[in-house]
Design a protein around this ligand. Structure first.
Ligand code: IMP
Ligand code: MG
Length: 184
């Protein structure tokens, strides 16, 4: 068990297991985008490691850029998604692969996808490492999904708990025992 701030987390997925799956997603993308030059658009901060691994496994001529928005406070998504910032590339007529760490309530995607579609890309696909299907308020169609996971809070591989844990190579999930211990 590891401690981050006031909470305890248990190992959930090894770095090796994640890498195997990310390699499979990259191969699917490679197949689907043969002959095109997609633009990977990672969503900061959470997707920075997933995006880095995905593009390294994807042996295609491609561009990589990042956008930022913020909707998440503590352990539960808030509805307060701000608009996207940092999009420096004109995505009109481009084949966009949006790269996100996790879809939880679906709020972020529900807000972001129409904003991106308004910029008239040639196509827009979604690569997401983790999906919590039980927590979804808004259905989101994911083209390249890593894993479906239970509606539990996870950290590592880019995902954080109040700023910490992003650098953990594997994924960890909140431990109920640890949570109650932490509360005393
Ligand atoms: P949504 O808008 O509720 O779908 O939440 C998406 C965002 O919330 C993700 O981009 C993450 O940054 C964050 N998030 C959701 N679940 C978790 C989690 O279990 N750990 C860390 N961050 C999470
Ligand atoms: Mg995120």
């Amino acid at each position: 068990m590891i401690q981050i701030h006031d909470l305890y987390f248990r190992p959930f997925m090894t770095a090796d297991a994640i890498h195997d799956r990310v390699r499979e997603l990259a191969q699917a993308i490679h197949r689907d985008y043969a002959g095109r030059r997609p633009l990977f658009l990672g969503i900061l901060n959470g997707a920075f490691i997933f995006a880095a691994d995905l593009v390294r496994y994807c042996d295609l001529p491609c561009e990589v850029s990042f956008i930022k928005l913020s909707s998440y406070r503590g352990l539960r998504s808030g509805g307060d998604v701000t608009s996207l910032i940092g999009l420096e590339i004109d995505i009109k007529d481009r084949h966009i692969i949006l790269v996100e760490d996790i879809v939880d309530s679906g709020n972020t995607m529900q807000k972001l996808l129409p904003d991106l579609m308004a910029l008239k890309p040639a196509s827009l696909a979604l690569a997401v490492l983790l999906l919590k299907p039980d927590a979804m308020d808004h259905p989101v169609e994911i083209d390249y999904l890593g894993f479906e996971i239970p509606p539990e809070f996870v950290v590592g591989y880019g995902l954080d708990y109040n700023g910490l844990g992003r650098n953990l190579p594997g994924l960890y999930r909140l431990s109920e025992e640890g949570a109650s211990q932490a509360k005393g």
